[in-house]
Design a protein around this ligand. Structure first.
Ligand SMILES: Nc1ncnc2c1ncn2[C@@H]1O[C@H](COP(=O)(O)OP(=O)(O)OP(=O)(O)O)[C@@H](O)[C@H]1O
Ligand SMILES: [Mg+2]
Length: 409
């Protein structure tokens, strides 16, 4: 993979942007405008924060963005594939970048074989598995756009409990998608499931069952289910991915990254009815560790309502608490002073202070919050959700500054 930095020989100016652009960048410090007049078709990777104006033919992951403005959020890298005579102009925010890339190793062009296969075999359930940064989420987005272009209604289930696009960390989100998009984060989630941790070890069966449950719920509402997974493929990860493919009865499994050969052999052996294939990777990890941490915190804030969310208080004995699929009446907490959630693990009110929690009613997870104060008599939760009678416990705490997450137990 050759990532060639674009020479900023064309017009590279520090000139102020119109006010609307400043708002979108949320405190933009560095304003750069670059014009790239394309003489032939090609691909640029734009890493946000950036606003890209395309004139002439241009697409991002199968979505037509010709003569359009596309916003690229901070940390996200999108391939802009322009046709002959097309051009793009990029306004970069602080930390934003643009590369010219080889069409043979970046953009949606590298996945033509995957898209053709999907249209040929018309799977009901596609699963993507592979190493971290292999391109699973980007390929999921492309396949979603291809399906929509074909008049299908796809749903995406985001099984990455560490840093999913459709739910906060420690949860799974799913969305039925009706319009093409460039970033799955733009989709409105329809269903959540709460897992309670971002570390998979000990939670594999729970995640597998929840992915399967969502797929069954959504199957009547969409033509095709695209199940994206996390990058855990080493050690027990292969077994875990085999389990998901088998449980889901995925009829198409796409393996990516350096582990793809081993992974695809393992899945073929355990799910003989699936069509298993390997897909190319763009081959460049663009997400830094700091960006991942920032992304995760951003997701916690977005789904709990952040600093502006109100505080809801009540008596814990009127609520039910859930941990790893086990339900505990809040009366247990009032009576014995703790919740015996696992063998040798008791959760006391002090452990729940600043805990990130799922909130729901009627057995459904409907929102998220942070426990701000708790005793055996009273619990206060910061959340944007109005009503709930069930609290899904996690092992993650969020510092009062909301700038840091920590492990609770
Ligand atoms: N075909 C492609 N063209 C250009 N950039 C790509 C392509 N595929 C992936 N990328 C970039 O590579 C990086 C990793 O891709 P992506 O996030 O899709 O990987 P992932 O396998 O989902 O990673 P993770 O395991 O962290 O969830 C992203 O910054 C993405 O924008
Ligand atoms: Mg991903």
């Amino acid at each position: 993979m050759n990532w060639i930095p674009v020479k900023r020989k064309e017009r590279l100016k520090n000139r102020p942007l119109p006010a609307e652009h400043n708002r979108e960048f949320d405190q933009l410090f560095c304003q750069q405008i670059m014009d790239n007049q394309a003489k032939a078709a090609g691909v640029y990777i734009v890493k946000g924060p950036a606003i890209v104006f395309s004139s002439g033919p241009c697409s991002v992951l199968g979505k037509d963005v010709s003569d359009r403005k596309t916003t690229v959020r901070a940390g996200k890298a999108l391939p802009f594939e322009y046709g002959e005579g097309g051009s793009i102009r990029v306004n970069l925010g602080r930390g934003g970048m643009v590369w010219e890339a080889d069409m043979g190793s970046a953009g949606a062009y590298i996945w033509q074989d995957v898209a053709s296969k999907m249209l040929e075999i018309r799977p009901q359930r596609i699963m993507l598995a592979g190493d971290s940064d292999a391109g699973k989420t980007t390929l999921s987005t492309y396949l979603t756009n291809v399906a929509i272009q074909q008049g299908l209604r796809p749903c995406v289930i985001d099984g990455d409990i560490g840093q999913g696009d459709l739910a906060p960390p420690a949860a799974i989100g799913a969305a039925v998608i009706s319009g093409q998009l460039v970033d799955l984060k733009q989709a409105r989630p329809d269903i959540f499931e709460f897992v309670g941790d971002t570390t998979l070890v000990g939670f594999e069966h729970i995640v597998t069952a929840k992915l399967n449950r969502i797929a069954r719920i959504l199957q009547g509402r969409c033509d095709l289910c695209i199940v994206n997974t996390d990058g855990y493929v080493q050690d027990g990860g292969t077994l875990y991915k085999q389990g998901i493919a088998r449980e889901l009865q995925a009829d198409m499994v796409i393996c990516m990254g350096p582990s793809a050969p081993v992974l695809s052999d393992a899945i073929k052996a355990s799910s003989p009815c699936s069509y298993v294939m390997q897909a190319s990777s763009a081959g460049q990890a663009i997400k830094s560790r700091a960006e991942r941490a920032k992304f995760r915190l951003g997701r916690f804030l977005r789904f709990t309502g952040g600093r502006n969310a109100g505080i809801k208080s009540g008596d814990p004995s009127d609520l039910a608490f859930v941990y790893k699929n086990r339900i505990f009446s809040g009366k247990v907490l009032s009576e014995i002073g703790y919740l015996p959630v696992e063998q040798n693990v008791d959760i006391r009110p002090a452990d729940m202070s600043r805990m990130f929690v799922g909130l729901g009613s009627g057995g459904r997870v409907e929102g998220f919050g942070i426990v701000t104060d708790i005793s055996v008599r009273r619990i206060s939760i910061q959340t944007g959700l109005q009503r709930f009678d069930r609290i899904y416990l996690s092992r993650i705490g969020l510092a009062e500054s909301l700038n840091e997450e920590f492990r609770i137990f």
